[in-house]
Ligand binder design. Structure first.
Ligand code: HEM
Length: 331
């Protein structure tokens, strides 16, 4: 099959496995350039607006209305919130001038988002000039989850965020923690130095520098909100899928890939961490047979402690079984 016949969600999917096996690493690369895959490519823009824009923002609003604690901001993060807002608006307007625009008249800025039918005048730094906190305002207009890290005392601190699509973690629990504390539950990375190295790297970022990395797991159904808070809603689906017919697996089991961007904000010196979640059902993964084979091989080889931490102990078996027909078909 050639790339032109594939649907856009496959062509632009950030398939995350360059190797036959997967291990944690400080896998960062410069952002803003196209990464190519067997189906096409991704990564032209840091903030990525796609066919799911309206649906995902409606879902973010639903999650946030049900649980306002998905937005967190410690009081000293005001300047970083404003800088995040203008930075993301500028990125949207530069990438899609037909749909977003940001203009400035002295201290007053004017924002237009035609996708959502929004127009807003505001003065950065004046909290009364927006209808809600700036990070919450802009976070409801990008598909990315957002965490803001403050840098002080030789460490990074996750001091603000709007996260509605977390992969089994909780912003409310993590807010105010250091980068090392936030990564406390992750196996292997501390002994192997991955996290301290990542923190050193991030603390050395200069104003305007942008990097990216990917992370992945498996999710049952097209469910973006798999936060710790809603575990009772989604936890059991993994067992039910494993007990159900293999025929359902291709449609229901999704490869979940996070494209994460790390950007040093010049004025506030905060680090803007963007997490964009992509979900692709295995039946779509299999439209690219080399992806199906690679995912099969990675799942087979993945050590148990990593599978357990990722929450895929129950689902990787069905995933491997469903993908088995693609194993060994591409070399
Ligand atoms: C989880 C590495 C940046 C927040 C993880 C995991 C790894 C990792 C390996 C385990 C993921 C999995 O198995 O699915 C890194 C590296 C980074 C980075 C190498 C930078 C180069 C960040 C930043 C934040 C963050 C900036 C923002 C606060 C988290 C959270 C988890 C996580 C909340 C889940 C922890 C939990 O289970 O409670 N990270 N990370 N990471 N990371 Fe990072």
């Amino acid at each position: 099959m050639t790339a032109v016949t594939l649907p856009a969600r496959v062509v632009g999917f950030p398939f995350p496995f360059p190797h036959e096996t997967y291990r944690y690493s400080t896998n960062v690369e410069p952002a803003g350039t196209r990464a190519t895959t067997a189906a096409g490519g991704w990564g032209d823009h840091v903030v990525d607006v796609d066919e799911f824009y309206l649906a995902e923002l409606a879902e973010r609003d639903r999650v946030l209305a049900a649980d306002p604690s998905r937005f967190q901001a410690l009081p000293h993060m005001g300047a970083a919130q404003w800088e995040t807002t203008t930075t993301l608006m500028r990125m949207l307007a530069d990438a899609h001038p037909d749909r977003f625009s940001l203009t400035r008249d002295g201290t007053r800025w004017h924002w237009r988002n035609d996708e959502l039918g929004l127009e807003q005048s505001f003065v950065p730094g004046d909290p009364d000039s927006l209808p809600e906190p700036p990070l919450r305002y802009i976070g409801r207009q990008v598909q990315e989850d957002i965490v803001l890290l403050d840098q002080r005392q030789g460490a990074l601190w996750g001091d603000a965020g709007l996260v509605t699509f977390a992969a089994d973690w909780s912003l409310r629990f993590d807010v105010g923690m250091s980068f090392l504390q936030i990564h406390g539950p992750v196996p292997r990375v501390h002994e192997e130095g991955v996290i301290p190295r990542a923190q050193q790297f991030l603390m050395g970022l200069q104003a305007g520098q942008r990097y990216r990395r990917t992370n992945w797991t498996l999710t049952v159904d097209r469910r973006l909100d798999t936060a710790t808070e809603t575990y009772p809603d989604w936890g059991r689906d993994r067992r039910l899928l494993a007990e159900g017919p293999l025929d359902d697996v291709g449609r229901r089991l999704h490869l979940r890939v996070e494209v994460q961007h790390l950007i040093r904000l010049g004025a506030s010196n905060a680090i803007l961490f963007l997490i964009r979640t992509h979900l692709l059902p295995l039946e779509d993964v299999a439209l690219v047979p080399e992806w199906a084979q690679r995912l099969h091989d990675v799942l087979v080889e993945l050590p148990d402690d990593m599978a357990d931490y990722k929450g895929i102990t129950r689902t990787r078996g069905p995933g491997i079984d469903w993908l088995r027909e693609y194993a060994g078909t591409h070399n």
